[in-house]
Structures are given as structure tokens and as C-alpha cells.
Design a protein around this ligand. Structure first.
Ligand SMILES: NC(=O)c1ccc[n+]([C@@H]2O[C@H](COP(=O)([O-])OP(=O)(O)OC[C@H]3O[C@@H](n4cnc5c(N)ncnc54)[C@H](OP(=O)(O)O)[C@@H]3O)[C@@H](O)[C@H]2O)c1
Length: 421
């Protein structure tokens, strides 16, 4: 077991994966192990609250001359979190729901100047962290990056890629961008369901929070919010640009907020009148219309049931996966996603790109995206060019992460010829 000592000046690790025994944390650790071993380009350790589970994880990763270092820390114990921060330059956390367990670690990182990234997609919690710890992080130099998984790397980096192509080919950014999910094959884990249920539970009890969640600019810094009304696909509708029906997309509530924050942090690089929305493509004709209507009804039915306590209890007890459960390795291997982005410039010229992933979005691909985001934070991002504070994936990582994702994480970012959707 590695010793943590808060008095040491050079931390022994570049990176510590906290929550290593969670469903997605195990996928992340396997990926980091395959990429870096124990003594590769990144010196890293696995951390969790249970020493026994960590040792099981180490055994499951297989033998090596240099065993994976392990660190015991508890998300509720500030002393252990301070020791964790002193042992590393970067913490990557999969301990969630973040709204329940995440704040003490964000605080410890912000205070100690330790860089941090995670998989949180919980808007209300991210907003709270920004309000409480932005000033501290700026002072200490800690860079904090939420949403480094399927929400919201493909959306945030996809829009970044589209705008770079628009600048190159059309000479200006696109003021209107749509993301449409063409194909997505994957399932939810118990941890993701618990996070989603917690957001619905908090929102059901708090009207002010419901208003906050409905605000497309809720993660933008004060004073940067434009007056543009943002589009939002709330029901089945026909999308003329894609020539197909679309339905609401469950992740759009977080992804659109991150993309708007990227625009705000980059001084409105996408334009002060930039609009962005996300939806699921369901196909053409009557079949597509029916699928869009059924998807929208299913989503609202689920949200309603989750908001009502007895129905939520039934869902949690009998229907949904429990914490620690999730898609099996075969489902992760055969899963994939294909996202289409359509950008329109103010003069009507258009550009299309696509982003694809070669594993199920929430786990197989998310583990690899999170691993490369953490590696990018540890190895690529200059402390002077990108100082302390809360960043988005696109604003802190930019093209460097796209290179890593395409080279090492099975993602593709490509231009799509005009006639192809
Ligand atoms: N953004 C995305 O695309 C994306 C994708 C996947 C998951 N996620 C999010 O990632 C998080 C993890 O998901 P999951 O399915 O892996 O969840 P999970 O399997 O339920 O894992 C939760 C983890 O939290 C740990 N934990 C709970 N309390 C703790 C404490 N006091 N100290 C230390 N550790 C503690 C648990 O430790 P033990 O192992 O000891 O029980 C467990 O490892 C969720 O918030 C989920 O929403 C996001």
C-alpha cells in the first residue's frame, strides 16, 4: 500500500483514480493499466474507500513486476482527501452520485491546487461547485473539469471540431449548430441511474432548482449570458435539415449547458447569437414519426414516475440496475455511438461533421474518454496558458484531446460530405 504524506513536496503520482472500485472506475482502471501499466508515461494509483476491494481490483488486472499502487481514502473524510490530494498532481473521480458524495473532494482539490476531472453530469451540483470553489481554485491553481465522459465530451469536442472546420472552410463560426444522435447502443449502470434519480428527486422538491435546470445558460459565468433564446426539442418533431423525425435526447440537459459554457468561457468564440440543441433521430415517414412520439412519451413517463416517491421506489427496487451493476463486457464491446452535427453560418452556408465511438457510450467509451482527459490534464495542459479554475473539456483540452481520443480511445471526428446525413 502506498503511503500518503501531506508534507512531501513532490507528489509520487501524476494521477490517482478515485472510485476505482465503482462500475465505471474498474473500466477506467483497466484502460489506464493497459495504456500506462504501473510505471509508464503516467505514474498512477487506484484509490477507493475499501482496501479489500482495491486489492481485488489489483488482482483482476493481472500480474506485473511493478504492482499497481493503491490508496485508501473516503469521500466523507476530509483528512484522507487532503492526503490523497497531496499524493498526486491530478485526481480523476468516479465516486458518484456526485451531488451526494463529490463536494469534499472538489473542495480539497480546489484548496490544495490539485487538478481534477470527473464524470459528473449533474448540472445542479456542478453549478454549486462553480459558485463555491471557483475563487479558491483560481487562487490555488487547481484546474477542475467536470463532464469528461459521454456527457459531455462528444458534444463539447464535436462542436469545437465543427467550429474549427467552419473557420477553416467558411471563414467564420456557425451561429446555429444541431447535434442529432443517429445511432447509440448501450445501457445505464446503477450509478448513473442513482445520479439521475437524485437530480429528479431534488428537482421535484425545489421549484427554484427546476427553474435553474431549465436555464440553458445555467453554467455560464455571470455577465456572459446572451439574450438569445435557445431551441429545445421537447416533443416529436420533423427536422428538415436531416429529413427525419427527432425526439428529445435525455443527455441534452447537461450537454447543451456545457457547450454554452464553452462559448461563454472562450469569449463567445461561436458567436454571441450562437444556438445549440440536441435530439435523437428516429427515422423518416410514419415509422419515424411514431418512434419519435413513443420515445418522447416514454421519456416523460419515466421522468414523471421518477418524480413521484412510490413510483420511484418501485422503479429503484424492481426495474433499474443497482449501484455497482451495469452493462456486461459483451454489451460494452458491441455498443457504439454515431452523432451527427449540422452547422449553419449566418450567411446560410452549412457544414456537417460526425463523431463516433467504438464501444457503448456510457461505460466502454466513457472509461477511455475519461482516461485520456485525465492523461491530457496530467501531461499536456500548461499551467500558465490554462490557469486555475473550472474549465470545460473543449476550453482546457482543445485539439490535444481530439488527437488523444482518435489515436487511443476509438473515437472518430470527421467531416461529412454534403449529400450524406
Ligand atoms: N458522464 C458520463 O458519461 C457517465 C458515465 C458513467 C457513469 N457516470 C457517473 O459516474 C458515477 C459512477 O457511476 P458507476 O456506475 O460507476 O457507480 P457505482 O458503481 O454505483 O459506484 C459508486 C462508487 O462510489 C463509491 N463511494 C460511495 N461512497 C463513498 C465514500 N464515502 N468514499 C469513497 N467512495 C465512495 C463506491 O465505493 P465502493 O466500491 O466501496 O462501494 C462506488 O465505488 C455516477 O455518478 C454516474 O452518474 C457518468
Amino acid at each position: 500500500m502506498a503511503q500518503n504524506d501531506s508534507t512531501m513536496s513532490t507528489p509520487p503520482y501524476d494521477l490517482v483514480a478515485f472510485g476505482a472500485t465503482s462500475f465505471v472506475g474498474k473500466i477506467l482502471c483497466r484502460y489506464l493499466w493497459e495504456e500506462f501499466g504501473a510505471q509508464g508515461a503516467i505514474k498512477w494509483a487506484a484509490a477507493a474507500r475499501s482496501k479489500a476491494k482495491l486489492e481485488e481490483l489489483r488482482i483482476s488486472l493481472g500480474g506485473s513486476a511493478a504492482p499497481l499502487p493503491l490508496v485508501v481514502a473516503d469521500a466523507a473524510d476530509e483528512v484522507s482527501l487532503r492526503r490523497l490530494c497531496a499524493s498526486t498532481r491530478v485526481v480523476v473521480s468516479t465516486v458518484g452520485p456526485y451531488a451526494l458524495y463529490g463536494e469534499p473532494l472538489v473542495k480539497a482539490c480546489a484548496e490544495s491546487g490539485t487538478d481534477y476531472c470527473d464524470l459528473s453530469g449533474e448540472v445542479q451540483w456542478i453549478r454549486r461547485m462553480l459558485q463555491r470553489y471557483e475563487a479558491t481554485a483560481r487562487k490555488s491553481g487547481a484546474r477542475l473539469v467536470h463532464c469528461c465522459g459521454f456527457d459531455s465530451i462528444p458534444s463539447d469536442m464535436g462542436v469545437h471540431f465543427l467550429q474549427c472546420q467552419a473557420m477553416k472552410q467558411l471563414g467564420a463560426p456557425c451561429t446555429r449548430v444541431k447535434m442529432r444522435v443517429k445511432v447509440m447502443r448501450g445501457e445505464f449502470s446503477g450509478g448513473t441511474v442513482a445520479s439521475l434519480m437524485n437530480v429528479v428527486k431534488e428537482a421535484a422538491a425545489d421549484p427554484a432548482l427546476r427553474k435553474e435546470l431549465a436555464d440553458p445558460y445555467s453554467l455560464c459565468p455571470v455577465g456572459t449570458v446572451p439574450k438569445v433564446r435557445q431551441p429545445n426539442v421537447r416533443s416529436a418533431e420533423f427536422d428538415v435539415d436531416f429529413g427525419a423525425w427527432v425526439a428529445p435526447f435525455v443527455m441534452s440537459g447537461i450537454n447543451t449547458r456545457i457547450v454554452q459554457r464553452t462559448n461563454a468561457l472562450s469569449g463567445q468564440a461561436y458567436g454571441a447569437d450562437f444556438t445549440y440543441d440536441e435530439a435523437l433521430l428516429t427515422g423518416r415517414g410514419l415509422k419515424g414519426r411514431f418512434a419519435a412520439t413513443a420515445t418522447a412519451a416514454g421519456l416523460y413517463g419515466f421522468m414523471l414516475a421518477a418524480a413521484i416517491r412510490p413510483a420511484r421506489a418501485v422503479l429503484e427496487r424492481f426495474v433499474l440496475p443497482k449501484p455497482g451493476e451495469g452493462p456486461d463486457p459483451e454489451a460494452q464491446r458491441t455498443g457504439f455511438f454515431d452523432l451527427r452535427f449540422f452547422g449553419t453560418r449566418a450567411d446560410g452556408r452549412k457544414i456537417r461533421i460526425k463523431v463516433t465511438g467504438d464501444r457503448d457510450p456510457g461505460y466502454g467509451s466513457t472509461g477511455k474518454m475519461l482516461g485520456q482527459a485525465a492523461a491530457c490534464l496530467a501531461l499536456d495542459v500548461d499551467k500558465i496558458a490554462k490557469p486555475g479554475g473550472f474549465w470545460t473539456p473543449a476550453t482546457i483540452f482543445g485539439d490535444r484531446l481530439i488527437q488523444r481520443l482518435t489515436a487511443r480511445s476509438g473515437l472518430t471526428f470527421d467531416l461529412v460530405p454534403d449529400l450524406q446525413n
